[in-house]
Design a protein around this ligand. Structure first.
Ligand code: FES
Length: 114
């Protein structure tokens, strides 16, 4: 089986040194990260109902399935949105390597509502 590599760029709190992991295709980027100790926020439990799992796919974006309309709607509210933005819980690893940047901030809608 092909095990694509996911390279996470350094993020001060979440992975200060950055990290490269090998991932089974079919897992979401969020699950793959969590399994490997990279603690991406996932306030809605990965049900595409928040923006806390927002990441930038800096390389390999073209190899991925396009975002659904629902994902796009949430992305519109994400901090630091750009053309590489995806919700990591909705982004399924394919057969190609990806480079992921975790944004500096998230807007945690869930905690704001409490
Ligand atoms: S964890 Fe909420 S949309 Fe991904």
């Amino acid at each position: 089986m092909i095990m694509p590599k996911l390279t996470f760029l350094p993020h001060k709190q979440i992975c200060p040194e950055g990290k490269t992991i090998e991932v089974e295709p079919g897992l979401s980027v969020c699950d793959a990260a969590l399994k490997n100790g990279i603690d991406i926020e996932h306030a809605c439990e990965k049900s595409c109902a928040c923006t806390t799992c927002h990441v930038h796919v800096r390389e390999g974006l073209d190899s991925l399935e396009e975002a659904s309309e629902m994902e796009e709607d949430y992305l519109d509210k994400a901090w630091g949105l750009d053309t590489d933005s995806r919700l990591s819980c909705q982004t399924i690893v394919g057969e190609e390597d990806l480079t992921i940047e975790i944004p500096k901030y998230t807007i945690n809608l869930v905690s704001e509502n409490h």
